[in-house]
Design a protein around this ligand. Structure first.
Ligand code: NAI
Length: 261
């Protein structure tokens, strides 16, 4: 029999760049990866907010983190963030495209057009730009470069009034599959996570009682998730041992997307 081959389940010493890390799932991802021994470049358009997150991580005893202001809609700044990461930590092994926002509009509203452009720019175009900027470094990674795109259950279906976001997130799923197919030969995997309702800044304005009613009606686990529950799945996709997972679209939604009634 072929001897059992133990695959590495540690990201210690790997370098991660994560966008949108001042809040919610990006923040939880920065915390978790730093705790697991990765070097973390935490970025966000909220430069002060992401510095605070880096300080939290250092205060918890993990020095392997740096923060930088990055608006992902700025193409040059995306390239600069990759260069800064490589300069700080000597390489780039893992990229998490996470930054995003939610702005509702009905197709009959004039605002739809602007929201469309902003949504596609921040939550789709920026992903491919950052992937392409990071690619030369991801390809050099010994155990295989890792890309995780944070899509949404809005990439699998549609909620009324959310068209631009829905279109961008469906695009993220297409981009993930396209990158998985194109980059496989370079040993780089690209997967996407589709979070369901997760308690973060993006939905902070929804009253708690509405969230409870929604979750009980729609989610088999009958609650919102917490950012850490998504960050841990993101981490799983980035392990050296996750070496044969490529182009997967993974819901982390308490079962919401498979519930019929
Ligand atoms: P959040 O609002 O807590 O965090 C999003 C972060 O992205 C913020 O810190 C914000 O400053 C940053 N950001 C927004 N635009 C940016 C830009 N142009 N450049 C750089 N940073 C920018 O929200 P959350 O929920 O943690 O969002 C993370 C991702 O998860 C987003 O892509 C969102 O669409 C996605 N998502 C969230 C769900 C939820 O229920 N919370 C469900 C499904 C997907």
């Amino acid at each position: 029999m072929t001897p059992y081959k133990h695959l590495d389940r540690s990201i210690a010493g790997k370098t991660l760049l994560v966008t949108g890390a001042a809040s919610g799932m990006g923040r939880a991802t920065a915390h978790l990866f730093a705790r697991e021994g990765a070097n973390v470049m935490a970025t966000d358009m909220n430069g002060e907010g992401v510095q605070v997150v880096a300080e939290e991580i250092r205060a918890a005893g993990f020095e392997n983190v740096q923060a930088m202001a990055l608006d992902v809609s700025d193409h040059d700044a995306l390239k600069a963030s990759v260069e800064a990461t490589v300069k700080a930590f000597g390489g780039l092994d893992i990229l998490i495209n996470n930054a995003g926002f939610a702005r509702l509009a009905h197709p009959s509203e004039d605002a739809y057009e602007d929201i469309w452009h902003a949504s596609v720019n921040v939550m789709l175009t920026a992903h491919q730009r950052l992937i392409r900027a990071a690619l030369p470094h991801l390809m050099k990674t010994e155990t295989g470069g890792r890309i995780v795109n944070i899509a949404s259950t809005e990439g699998l279906g549609a909620t009324p009034g959310n068209g631009p976001y829905v279109a961008a997130k469906h695009g993220v799923i297409g981009l993930t599959r396209a990158m998985a197919v194109d980059l496989g030969r370079d040993g780089v995997t690209c997967n996407a996570i589709c979070p369901g309702p997760i308690e973060t800044g993006i939905n902070a304005s929804i009253p708690d009682d509405h969230k409870v009613i929604y979750a009980k009606r729609r989610v088999p686990l009958r609650r919102y998730g917490i950012p850490e529950e998504v960050a841990n799945i993101t981490l799983s996709l980035c392990l050296p041992a996750a070496s044969y997972l490529n182009g997967a679209i993974i819901p982390v939604d308490g079962g919401m997307s498979i519930k019929n009634a």
